[in-house]
Design a protein around this ligand. Sequence first.
Ligand SMILES: C[S@@+](CC[C@H](N)C(=O)[O-])C[C@H]1O[C@@H](n2cnc3c(N)ncnc32)[C@H](O)[C@@H]1O
Length: 308
Amino acid sequence: MEKHISVLLNEVIDNLNIKEDGIYIDATIGFGGHSSEILKRIPKGKLIGFDKDINAVTYSTERLKSINDNFIIYNEGFENIKKRCEEENIKPDGILFDLGLSSVEIDDASRGFSYMQDAKLDMRMDLNSPKTAEEIVNTYTVEELTKVFREYGEEKHALKIAKEIEKERLVKRIETTKELVDIIDRCYPYKEKRKGHPAKKVFQAIRIEVNNELDEFEKTLKDALEVLNTEGRIAVITFHSLEDRICKKTFKEVTETNPVVKGMPNIPKEMLPDYKLITNKPILPTDIEIRQNSRSKSAKLRVIEKIK
Ligand SMILES: C[S@@+](CC[C@H](N)C(=O)[O-])C[C@H]1O[C@@H](n2cnc3c(N)ncnc32)[C@H](O)[C@@H]1O
């Protein structure tokens, strides 16, 4: 199995402020890269991992076992963080979200995430979830497809591509990534093809829709803020502007001083925000990291702390 290189690894570990007896949640355990480093630092603590992808859970379980047994991994969406914390009566000291896909998922042709390899149109992170990319491409109306491509892919040829999909599926059901790539390719002006692969944005958009990624992240980030322990931190690595916007907005809302008292000399403690930003600007990968791992290029890390 090809390895996934963890993005912004040192930056995440430094900013989580890890305590040796703390409880840490890795919301997207993937192939256990970040979690391995956390687990080594918490000999008296506990790590709780989540991943929708059974392959990620199996692999990271084996990897973490070689460090110690202070962990549990759920093959579940991170939407369950709040429920699990309540059930176990715990307040985590740190929560990490490393969003998107692992390289292993992208490179596994059979999953249908990659526009570079021919496969069935699938794109599900959770192989038990009912909605696949094939269903979306073949059943959504032109309006629905256009909306998905525009909103989640920021694709400017959204309508043209949606109409071409509709035309094609009247002839034959669209079943493979290659068939979809060919349709998108036909809609793209020649001179724009040099700027990057024409299918990149549409594939991203469909993947977000299949896995309901933005809604789940937005809701879970709020839950994570709620369950976090005092002095606990949340670190979020995003890979595209829509995810980053959600993170930035959510963090801003909870770190701003109430406008009614803002600027007053002695603001009562209870009127001050419960959280403070650790990163005013996101932390970005260094040139060296980008050279070693081109997938880190668009990564942004934001960190927040619960102060009371
Ligand atoms: C970028 S990878 C994480 C890599 C990991 N930090 C490492 O160092 O190996 C993202 C992982 O999150 C998982 N994932 C994405 N959305 C999820 C969700 N809503 N709930 C649980 N896991 C999710 C994906 O299946 C993938 O394995």
